[in-house]
Design a protein around this ligand. Sequence first.
Ligand SMILES: Cc1cc2nc3c(=O)[nH]c(=O)nc-3n(C[C@H](O)[C@H](O)[C@H](O)COP(=O)(O)O)c2cc1C
Length: 96
Amino acid sequence: MREDRKKAFRNALGNFATGVTIVTTRDGDGRPVGLTASSFNSVSLDPPMVLWSLALDSPNMAAFRQAGGWAVHILSADQEELSNRFATRGIDKFAG
Ligand SMILES: Cc1cc2nc3c(=O)[nH]c(=O)nc-3n(C[C@H](O)[C@H](O)[C@H](O)COP(=O)(O)O)c2cc1C
């Protein structure tokens, strides 16, 4: 997609306010993995169901597929630093 269209698309999507979460689990070696996700949503009360979407090229795809469960951490407005950290690839997101 052309750069100006990418920017326009991003700006359009930015007009829709959503909550921001960090979704975490552990990989097969027990290491914590996680990422910032705004795709989290409620689906049903009975049965209790929620959903979120993971990019197909995420390096964490295998970890989430094999995990027996995962946690959704709902961020508050003053947790932007955490949101940015868990949206950054290739760093140790859990350092500190
Ligand atoms: C506000 C915000 C919301 C995001 N929502 C999602 C999401 O719902 N699903 C997703 O796969 N990536 C989402 N991302 C992008 C990931 O957080 C980002 O690509 C992160 O580096 C993925 O971690 P990973 O590469 O270790 O899997 C979002 C990023 C931001 C800043």
